[in-house]
Design a protein around this ligand. Structure first.
Ligand code: 5GP
Length: 122
């Protein structure tokens, strides 16, 4: 599948500095910042700086340096937030059925309380 990136999405605007954010970590190829509507005591979004719509797009087209940086950034955020020991959940919504609202790849890192079962019954 070919992906078309919309550079007017809100995370593209954050990356360009047009919209403020509460940054947790910035690396060469990744940015982590707090979700504006947190669903748990810790709710951080980690995004690659490159124009990737979703995980599949990123996995297909990102460079090795981007893939490595992003993978490490997610782990580093968990350690920085002190949630590696108590546990956390990573969610990367994609597309229609994944109910992805912002079409720029992001991993949600959620922690700080018991998060319950992975999915609610439909
Ligand atoms: P999705 O449903 O696409 O997986 O999640 C998008 C997330 O982005 C939501 O949790 C939403 O609260 C968050 N979000 C939307 N707009 C903004 C914004 O302007 N700033 C920040 N920090 N988070 C946002």
């Amino acid at each position: 599948m070919a992906y078309a990136y919309d550079d007017q999405n809100i995370f593209a605007k954050i990356l360009r500095g047009e919209v403020p954010n509460d940054t947790v970590l910035e690396t060469d190829h990744s940015l982590a910042f707090r979700d504006i509507q947190p669903q748990a005591p810790t709710h951080v979004l980690v995004i690659p700086k490159g124009p990737y719509v979703c995980y599949d797009h990123f996995a297909q087209e990102a460079s090795d340096a981007e893939l490595l940086d992003y993978t490490r950034a997610v782990g580093e955020v968990c350690r920085m937030e002190g949630v590696a020991e108590g546990g956390f959940r990573m969610i990367a919504n994609a597309g229609r059925d994944g109910v992805q609202e912002v079409p720029h790849l992001h991993v949600h890192i959620l922690a700080g309380r018991n998060l319950g079962r992975m999915l609610q019954p439909a």
